[in-house]
Design a protein around this ligand. Structure first.
Ligand SMILES: [Cu+2]
Length: 431
C-alpha cells in the first residue's frame, strides 16, 4: 500500500521453466514465472502496477477488459511508447469492475512466449453461494522444436499443452473436500480454443471475461469452451467422491510432444500417407534443414506425405516395438532415469495387431511405458492409483474429491512438505 493505493511490482524477464519432469524450457514471463503472478484486488481499489522491462526488446502491458483510462491500455505505439529494455512504466487503475481478468504483452509473439497472467477483481458484495475453493487455471501451449528449449512462437501447432505452466502428469491436481462448493476460473491466452471437460459432475458457467453472469442466466454443462482471450468461471458442488479428470477434450491436447501422426492406414504394405510426428508438425531433423536452419523454416499446419520433410523419402511408422516407442518421444530421451518403463503385457497387443486397419493408435503413446509416478511424487498426488502418470499428458489434471479423512491426510502431507511458493498456500493457511 502507498496511501490508499495498492501497489504491485511486475517485472518482465526471462524464465527457465520446468514444464514436465523431462522438459525445461526458456520462456518470457514475470517475476520468475510464466504465466506471471495472479494479481488480486477488490472492487473499489485504487491500483498501481509498476512495470519494469528486463527483456532485450521493447514491450508493453495490456490490461484485458479493463474499463479504464486509454493511456493505461498498454497499446504500444497507440496509447503509449513501448517500454524499452531496462525501461519502466507505471499503470494506474480505479477498479470498478469485478470478475476474472488478465494482463498480457500486447506484442503477439511475446504473449506466445509466456507473457501473460491473471488479474482477479473480487466483488464488493461477495458472490453467492459462497465457494469453499477458488482455483484459476491458465490454458497455454508451446511449440518446442527438437533439441530446443525455446518455444517457436511462429508455429501453428503445439507439442506442449499446459495447465498453469505444466504439462501432465506434472500438472497440479485440484484438492477439494467432499461437499465443497468449487469455483474454477479458466483463462485462455493462446492460439487454440479449449473445450474443458470435468468428469463426474455438472457445473454451471457463472462468469466470463466480462464478469459475473446473473444467476438466472447460468447454464449447466460438463464441458465449457474457453475461447482465445476468454475467461470462463464454472462452479459446482463436489458431491461425488473420487479422483476425477479435468482436461481439454481436444484429443491432441491430451498428449505431450506430439500433435500429428499421419501414418499409413495399415501396417502391411500400402501407400505411405504421412510422416512421423516431427515431420508431421513441420519439424525438421538433421541435415539439410536442421531445426531453425536458415534454409528451411517450420511448415505450418499438419503434414501429409513429404510436407516439412527434409528428404524426398516419406517417413512411415515402423512395426511396433519398445525401441520405436522410445523413438516416438524425441524430447524425452535426455533423461529417462526416473521413468518406470513398465513393460507392455503380452496380452496388451493382439497377435494379429499389425494386420488390423488403424493399429496402432494409443498402443505406443501412453500407458505403462510412460508412467513416471516417482518423478511427480508430490503430496497432492498422494494415494493416486499406481501408474496413473502414464495416462495423464498435456492439458489434463484431476479434481480430487476426497472424503474428510483422505482430504486431511493430503493436506497434512502438503503442510509437512513446507514448500517454497506452494500453490496451495492460501488453502494450507486456512486449514
Ligand atoms: Cu485444448
Amino acid at each position: 500500500m502507498e496511501g490508499d493505493t495498492k501497489v504491485f511490482q511486475l517485472t518482465a524477464e526471462v524464465v527457465k521453466q520446468n514444464i514436465n519432469p523431462l522438459k525445461t524450457i526458456d520462456v518470457w514471463g514475470f517475476n520468475g514465472s510464466a504465466p506471471g503472478p495472479t494479481i488480486q484486488v477488490n472492487q473499489g481499489d485504487r491500483v498501481r502496477v509498476v512495470f519494469e522491462n528486463h527483456l532485450p526488446e521493447p514491450t508493453s502491458m495490456h490490461w484485458h477488459g479493463f474499463e479504464d483510462q486509454n493511456q493505461f491500455d498498454g497499446m504500444p505505439g497507440i496509447s503509449q511508447e513501448p517500454v524499452k529494455p531496462g525501461g519502466r512504466f507505471v499503470y494506474e487503475f480505479n477498479i470498478h469492475q469485478e470478475g476474472t481478468y488478465f494482463y498480457h504483452s500486447h506484442m503477439a509473439m511475446q504473449e506466445m512466449a509466456g507473457m501473460l497472467g491473471a488479474f482477479i477483481m473480487h466483488p464488493k458484495e461477495p458472490y453467492r453461494p459462497h465457494c469453499d475453493k477458488d482455483f484459476l487455471i491458465h490454458l497455454q501451449e508451446y511449440a518446442v522444436l527438437p533439441n530446443n528449449t525455446v518455444p517457436n512462437t511462429m508455429n501453428m501447432e503445439f507439442n506442449w499443452l499446459l495447465l498453469n505452466g505444466k504439462a501432465g502428469p506434472a500438472t497440479t491436481p485440484l484438492i477439494v473436500r467432499l461437499g465443497d462448493r468449487v469455483r474454477i476460473r479458466f483463462v485462455n491466452l493462446g492460439m487454440d480454443h479449449h473445450p474443458m471437460h470435468l468428469h463426474g459432475h455438472t457445473f454451471y458457467t457463472t462468469g466470463t471475461e466480462g464478469g459475473r453472469i446473473p444467476e438466472s442466466a447460468w447454464w449447466p454443462g460438463n464441458t465449457v469452451l474457453v475461447g482465445v482471450a476468454q475467461a470462463r468461471d464454472v462452479e459446482f458442488v463436489a458431491n461425488n467422491p473420487g479422483d476425477w479428470m479435468i482436461h481439454c477434450h481436444l484429443p491432441h491436447h491430451m498428449m505431450n510432444q506430439m500433435s500429428s501422426v499421419a501414418g499409413k492406414m495399415t501396417r502391411t504394405s500400402g501407400t505411405p500417407a504421412g510422416g512421423d510426428m516431427n515431420t508431421g508438425m513441420g519439424m525438421l531433423q538433421g541435415e539439410p534443414g536442421a531445426p531453425l536452419g536458415e534454409d528451411y523454416g517450420p511448415t505450418l499446419g499438419r503434414g501429409l506425405g513429404g510436407v516439412g520433410n527434409s528428404t524426398d523419402t516419406t517417413t512411415t511408422n515402423g512395426p511396433l516395438s519398445q525401441e520405436k516407442a522410445m523413438d516416438a518421444m524425441p524430447g524425452m530421451q535426455h533423461d529417462m532415469g526416473g521413468m518406470q518403463m513398465g513393460q507392455m503385457e503380452a496380452d496388451d497387443i493382439a497377435k494379429n495387431a499389425n494386420n488390423v486397419p488403424n493399429f496402432p493408435q494409443d498402443a505406443y503413446m501412453e500407458g505403462p511405458m510412460m508412467a513416471m509416478d516417482k518423478m511427480v511424487d508430490r503430496p497432492e498426488n498422494y494415494g493416486l492409483r499406481p501408474g496413473w502418470s502414464g495416462f495423464m499428458q498435456g492439458m489434463m489434471t484431476f479434481v480430487r474429491v476426497l472424503p474428510p479423512d483422505k482430504y486431511d491426510e493430503v493436506i497434512s502431507r502438503m503442510k509437512q512438505a513446507n514448500r517454497h511458493a506452494d500453490p496451495y498456500t492460501p488453502i494450507l493457511k486456512r486449514s
